[in-house]
Design a protein around this ligand. Structure first.
Ligand code: ZN
Length: 142
């Protein structure tokens, strides 16, 4: 994990927004509720919660809910994301979310907090080393 976390981010406030979003999670199957708060470059914050489905493969994570809200509102560049999960051990984004977050370079910091206070700090580039991204497409056409 990176120690290059951006301390100019108002992490406590962003984490509180993620915690509030977590309260809206739809998680009737796992009861594993997650909230995310995504800080856009222009200062707007977009929140998301996980949305489960009886057809389990259709579940959507909080991070992707937040990204969807941001994209819908026209945001494309991000400064940070805070993620809040339950329990004592914070969870980092799943592989699918790492790929989705990496779609929006440059890399930005990720702060994962458990409701009981554990913290993991990283950034989107570190979470997906050697990832497939827009640059790969641009360099491999033809
Ligand atoms: Zn995910």
């Amino acid at each position: 994990m990176s120690d290059a976390i951006d301390h100019s981010i108002a992490w406590d406030a962003l984490t509180e927004r993620a915690k509030e979003a977590r309260a809206s999670a739809y998680a009737p199957y796992s009861d594993y509720r997650v909230g995310a708060a995504l800080l856009a470059e222009d200062g707007r914050v977009f929140v998301g919660a996980n949305v489960e489905n009886a057809s389990y493969g259709l579940c959507q994570c909080a991070e992707r809910s937040a990204i969807g809200a941001a994209i819908t509102a026209g945001a494309r560049r991000f400064r940070a994301i805070a993620i809040v999960t339950g329990g004592t051990t914070p969870a980092t984004p799943c592989g699918m979310c790492r790929q989705v977050l990496a779609e929006f370079p440059p890399s930005f910091p990720v702060r994962c907090t458990s409701i009981d206070g554990g913290v993991i700090e990283s950034d989107t580039a570190s979470l997906l080393p050697h990832g497939f991204g827009p640059g790969v497409l641009a360099g491999g056409r033809g």
